[in-house]
Design a protein around this ligand. Structure first.
Ligand code: ZN
Length: 70
């Protein structure tokens, strides 16, 4: 009997890459914005490197949830 291997998914707070092959242009644009925000808002010893708030800052949370919700 053929057994299909389950893809290995590593859970994490952030994704470094997102597949945009199946998304509409608007969604792709939204994703790229969220991705860019995540790149800017990163943790530096618990403080955001961009807005200097306690990390994860609201912007990073929003961007991460945007990526997760798609
Ligand atoms: Zn921030």
């Amino acid at each position: 009997m053929y057994q299909q291997e389950a893809p290995q998914r590593k859970p994490g707070p952030m994704r470094s890459t997102v597949s945009t092959e199946y998304l509409s242009p608007e969604m792709t644009r939204l994703l790229s914005i969220a991705q860019r925000e995540l790149d800017r808002h990163t943790s530096d010893h618990g403080t955001c490197t961009c807005c200097h708030r306690h990390w994860p800052c609201p912007t990073a949370c929003l961007a991460a949830s945007t990526l997760d919700g798609l």
